[in-house]
Design a protein around this ligand. Sequence first.
Ligand SMILES: C[S@@+](CC[C@H](N)C(=O)[O-])C[C@H]1O[C@@H](n2cnc3c(N)ncnc32)[C@H](O)[C@@H]1O
Length: 227
Amino acid sequence: MKFRILFPVLLIACLSLPAQTSTPPPALTEYQGRVIAQTMHWQGAGWLIRHKRDREESTLLMREELKLKPGMTVCDMGSGNGYHTLPMAEAVGKEGKVYAVEIQPEMIEMLKSRAAVKNITNIESIIGDPYDPMLPAGSCDLILLVDVYHEFAYPEQMLTGMRKALKPDGVIVMVEYRAEDDSVPIKPEHKMSKNQINKELTRNGFKLVREFDGLPWQHMMFFGRVN
Ligand SMILES: C[S@@+](CC[C@H](N)C(=O)[O-])C[C@H]1O[C@@H](n2cnc3c(N)ncnc32)[C@H](O)[C@@H]1O
């Protein structure tokens, strides 16, 4: 008799407890011998859309190398104010989609305004967590990271999340300023060497599938899932 009364009471009490949330580990300042860079603040976003960017970084050539096709679902990870997102959305067309993932909502607001001016409607913006890209599982043909990965305070968690978000043949594309080249006018912690990129990606379930060495300042490395 006592049990009959107590059981529903206990059940209701348990159901009304807050769901257990997993607290992320502390943010890293170093990973695999590399100093992690500070996040570029949204107030500096004007630099990302400077007129001479294509001349300096051959951004058109970089995007051609992505070989985007109409109907693809792709992601611009750490999209900033959408310098690459907008042309990517045009390349995949109305049947395709671009996820723009950002941890700074101000960047997403700027991106949305820029997309609205051009009447681009196939961008889905996502405010990510520093440790979770918040992308749907198995959704992406390609995830582009331009000058972003070196800022991740949770590289392993982000790589795990992006790996889950890729389709089986999907790739992530790392575009990082060359650490091996002193003539690239960028602070050291915002650069990465090929060896370092390879080391970090291969220990997190990725394999190098292609490289493009024709950019003036950056490495461009394509990684697929190991399985
Ligand atoms: C140097 S900006 C590059 C922006 C853009 N990819 C471009 O090339 O114009 C780096 C961006 O990555 C974003 N970022 C850093 N960590 C992130 C994370 N864990 N998830 C999503 N975005 C992140 C920052 O907020 C910043 O806007």
